[in-house]
Design a protein around this ligand. Structure first.
Ligand code: AMP
Length: 129
């Protein structure tokens, strides 16, 4: 799955791998064959949920290159479904993934953030020192 095209290998001890295995707690809002979703521990908006695939993918780069069609379809359907079931569709929401160092990715298991419940402002902050 990973370890190709310069990507780091998948680390089975990353925090989301532990959440998937049930070794550390999470506030789950959804789970199915391909994905689980749970509340972010440090929410940046009134609603801040993470959706992750069950498969061992480091990042969007890894997932988009190496996941099966069924995993990709199942995962993105879960993202839309979770947002809908959280009641975010009418007012709108943001779905975002951070990839690698400059993208600000901290946890090396592919995940999509869903933010909602307030007006979210600029998509990308301005230049920082
Ligand atoms: P990223 O920077 O895109 O890798 O985002 C990682 C996210 O995981 C951050 O928003 C963290 O607050 C969140 N996070 C880290 N540990 C946990 C945890 N145990 N349960 C829920 N969310 C977590």
């Amino acid at each position: 799955m990973s370890g190709t095209t310069g990507l780091p290998p998948y680390d089975d001890n990353n925090i989301f791998a532990k959440i998937l295995r049930g070794e550390i707690p999470s506030k789950r809002v959804h789970e199915d064959e391909h994905a689980i979703a749970f509340h972010d521990i440090n929410p940046q908006a009134p609603v801040h949920v993470l959706v992750i695939p069950r498969g061992r993918y480091v990042s969007l780069a890894d997932f988009s290159a190496n996941a099966s069609e069924a995993e990709i379809a199942g995962f993105w359907r879960a993202v839309g479904r979770v947002a809908r079931e959280l009641g975010l569709e009418e007012r709108g929401y943001r779905a975002l993934t951070n990839m690698g160092q400059e993208g600000g990715q901290e946890v090396p298991h592919f995940h999509v953030h869903i933010f909602g419940g307030r007006r979210l402002g600029r998509m990308v902050p301005g230049v920082q020192a």
